[in-house]
Design a protein around this ligand. Structure first.
Ligand code: ADP
Ligand code: MG
Length: 382
């Protein structure tokens, strides 16, 4: 099939910050973006060229999108895979519904990772209360995770022992879950992969991630891990994309367990928060890469132009009003990205900033300074 030339319309399901950054990247290549988002003032709607304000399964909206767009993608992990399947009948869809359906369901995802030959945390699947007594005692202390619709640490409960499991299962609504053993983590890393319709693949540099309260806080590149471990993570992420026969951008999150073992945690079937550094620090960003895949253009280079640290800006930072962005602007190698969300709530991702420097440690030093200044709320010095 021929590449889709700039000027064509690209469809996007979901209107959050990932869609906003995708739209900006696609538009800068000359494409036009039609977003389907049930919300009226999401971060993408103000940027996209046109907005269908309707439910993801609204037949008229899906028909219109399929008619107007050369290719369609999604930015929202929990978009109904059925919407992608229906759109796939009339246009190119990237990623396809199959990979998305697996990543949306922790039970299928875990089983898929094992089948693809990756290590995972030891786990048990719990469909109903009748499965509770059968759980292996070796899985405690563990974490009970809802199979569907969890994100940013939501839908998860720590479970110290088997005696606490029934209450945790009830607290999560008695719905299908995965119980994982809690592993002693040395650190967390992730790899963003792009795989094109021509079979071309690229991996982005491995990011080292720190979480706070279950939400990504900081990503650093290059990750401060041995080269062999970074190569193993990139290989494992590629294996995931290939085993899914995936076309598009995905991210694989890994744990590095004490002792250095690499364990796959989860798959995000889209560009990922831990890959935002690529906007400022790579030749091609993860969002440009998604546009290239959809349009059947060759993949861009993923090489690092600079070491970088990305820091998420959560709504908590707005507790005393709009932060003073002068604290970011005064650093010439810091880049501010705000998502245009009107209402700041604790834990809500409002934006991020990325600091470029000669080494990841140097970038981290500046990033920590900036974050502390933003929290302190003092006026920036000259
Ligand atoms: P989410 O969909 O919310 O990102 P994750 O499964 O990635 O869910 O869990 C969120 C975070 O919780 C992880 O990034 C990690 O810090 C911690 N975590 C999750 N599972 C485990 C585990 N088995 N052992 C230790 N820490 C874990
Ligand atoms: Mg995660």
């Amino acid at each position: 099939m021929r590449p889709v030339a700039p000027g064509a319309w690209l469809g996007l399901l979901g209107g959050g910050q990932l869609g906003r950054m995708f739209s900006m990247a696609a538009q800068s290549l000359g494409y036009r973006v039609l977003v389907l988002d049930p919300g009226s003032d999401g971060p993408t709607a103000s940027v996209a060229d046109d907005h269908l304000c309707a439910d993801y399964l609204d037949t008229a909206a899906l028909v219109e999108m399929g008619r107007r767009c050369a290719a369609v993608t999604t930015e929202f992990e929990n978009v109904p895979a059925e919407a992608l399947r229906r759109l796939g009948e009339s246009c190119v869809v990237s990623p396809g519904h199959g990979g998305v359906a697996i990543a949306q369901d922790r039970i299928r995802e875990k089983r898929f990772l094992v089948e693809a030959g990756l290590s995972t945390a030891p786990f048990a699947v719990i469909f109903t209360e009748f499965d509770l007594p059968t759980v292996d005692a070796a899985l405690f202390p563990g974490i009970l995770k809802l199979a569907r619709l969890g994100y940013d640490g939501k839908g998860q409960i720590s479970v110290a022992s088997a005696a606490n499991l029934p209450a945790a299962f009830t607290a999560l609504g008695g719905r299908p879950c995965v119980l994982e053993r809690r592993l002693p983590l040395e650190l967390e890393v992730s790899v963003v992969v792009a795989r094109g319709f021509d079979g071309g693949v690229t991996t982005f540099p491995v990011a080292e991630n720190r979480h706070a309260n279950g939400i990504l806080d900081v990503s650093m590149v290059p990750a401060r891990i041995p080269d062999a471990l970074a190569a193993a993570a990139r290989d494992a992420a590629l294996r995931v994309a290939e085993a899914l026969d995936y076309r598009g951008v995905l991210c694989v999150e890994f744990f590095v367990v004490e002792g250095g073992q690499l364990v796959a945690n989860e798959i995000a079937p889209r560009p990922h928060n831990s890959g935002h550094y690529s906007i400022d620090a790579c030749v091609s960003s993860q969002f440009e890469q998604q546009a290239r895949v959809m349009c059947r253009q060759p993949l861009g280079d993923t090489g690092l132009l600079s070491a970088a640290v990305m820091v998420n800006l959560l709504g908590d930072l707005w507790a005393a009003g709009e932060p003073d962005w002068g604290h970011v602007f005064r650093h010439p190698r810091a880049k501010l990205h705000l998502y245009g969300k009107r209402e700041a709530r604790p834990g809500r991702k409002m934006g991020h900033f990325t600091v470029l420097a000669d080494t990841a440690d140097e970038a981290l030093e500046t990033a920590v300074l900036i974050k502390a200044d933003l929290i302190a709320g003092t006026r920036p010095s000259a």
